[in-house]
Ligand binder design. Sequence first.
Ligand SMILES: Cc1ncc(COP(=O)(O)O)c(C=O)c1O
Length: 348
Amino acid sequence: MSYFRENIDAMRPYVPGAQPAPGEKVIKLNTNENPYPPAPGVMEVLRTFDGDSLRRYPDPMAREFCGAVAGVLGVPADRVIPGNGSDDILVMISRACLQPGKKVVVTVPTFEFYGVQANIENATCVPLTCDPAESTELIANENADITFIASPNSPTGTLTPIGVLDDLAGRLDGLLVIDEAYADFANDNALTLAAKHDNVVILRTLSKGYSLAGLRMGFAIATPEILDGLMKTKAIYNIDAVACAAGAAAIADQDHKNANARKIIASRQTLGDELGELGFTFPPSQANFLLARPPGGNAAEIHEALKARGILVRYFQQQAILADKLRITVGTDDQNASLIAALKEIMA
Ligand SMILES: Cc1ncc(COP(=O)(O)O)c(C=O)c1O
């Protein structure tokens, strides 16, 4: 006997990257967090927050935050919806659009949470093992109810050219969700497509570029019609008052975010060069991580050996296509140097 729907019993849950216990000292390069602190304005909000105001419910639409987003991105405020992390918005989209008989297309490998959401709604998920830039025809021909493309993609780090996404959006009848969680580290983004195409949803997060994975803030940009639909599936107060104020302060300080992104992009280059010297291969990354294949393909073994030395990188043990690869978050230069030193020792 089960309390759950059959598809819930049958599905495989999303497995998040390991989080160390409080106080545990590790070099954490496994979940694409930002190694630099959030903007000073965020710290100020947290220091001075009026605790008494927490007696009241927060603004269900997080207008302070959405107004800051709209101002910085130059989009109308009615085209922004807030999420408790961008994964919250993925849940809203899936709840609003999917049911048995509906079809989701994902390109593999990608963020597994898209497929998990399709499974929860008992929709059909079609995983296409391809790079969207080379397989537009294949993806367009599936004409799914929702097509999810992460760009830059995780775990590969590759950016899908905006022209390809533009073409795809024009050919699909269903939604094209362009997940730009890592856009802050890329040299281009697809934001203009949300104004150009009625079926495009752009997803962003404060978890990566803004160093706020623990705060849980994300947002989507889409037409007011799409956002009206998503609103119906949004938890009433999905954004707490602290996150709303701190998130608005983070968005307001683009200089801080951009300066950190520039540091990470420079470190990504150095780390890539050093991994290359050790014989690792990886696709060109426009994100804050590299999907690196060790020369011997012994990713699982290296993952364990790094872990034993207190260095966490991501190994996707459930995905055969990733069995010989490690996703390595770009850390500070010191953290990256420790990783390289450990790899030299392990591979000697
Ligand atoms: C491609 C992609 N999208 C979305 C997310 C979810 O981010 P968050 O819920 O922290 O905004 C992640 C997290 O790692 C990701 O890699």
